[in-house]
Structures are given as structure tokens and as C-alpha cells.
Design a protein. Sequence first.
Length: 125
Amino acid sequence: MIKDKDEYLNNVMKKILNSYSIIENLSDRPIDLELLEVEVRKINGFLLVLSKKVISLGNNSSDTKNLEKKIIFYMQNYDFSREINLLLDTYSEDSLRVRNIRDSVLKSLNENELIQKIHDMSNNF
């Protein structure tokens, strides 16, 4: 049972970081493309939850406002579902394409220091 809102937010952040770590450690085999799709969906879902909970819980610290801006930026600018589905349907055996999409996902999460912010905040709860 979750004791308070900070613990809840921390658990969500840990799940995002766990999925990020899984993506980082994928090799470039065809099965990894399916795993990438699952982990990207998890991250996107958890980012939405995190953003909505930060707003609804009324946490107005500068850290949470900054995190919210980073999440909104990511959600507005990155959606890999179409590209991953295309690769799954046509080029799943091409390890270079699998690596490129994985690298693009990682780069997008590092842009604007989103993952770093989540990491820092999860360590400060």
C-alpha cells in the first residue's frame, strides 16, 4: 500500500527509470524491437500518469513544474509508435534499423534532460 503522494510519485518515476534501463540494455535482435515497443508504451503511460498526478496533487515546487514542462515537451515532440510498428511489419530482421530506433528513443528521453530530471527527483524523495 502506498503511504503518501511522494511515495506514489517516486514509484512511478522508478518504473520509468526501469523501462529506460531495459531499453538501454537491449541488443539489436528482432525480438528486442517488440520489447522496445512495450517499454516505450510503458514510459509514455507512466509519463502521462506522472504529469497528471503532479498537477492533481497540487505540488507546485519548481522541480515538479520543471518536470511537468519536460514531460509535455517530450509528449508533444516524440511518438515512436508508428515507426516501431512499421519496423515490426517490414524490417524487424534488420539489426541496424532496430538499433537506430532504439537509439532515437534513448536520445529523445535524454533531450531536455527528462530522464536525468526523473532520476534526480526519484533520489530526492
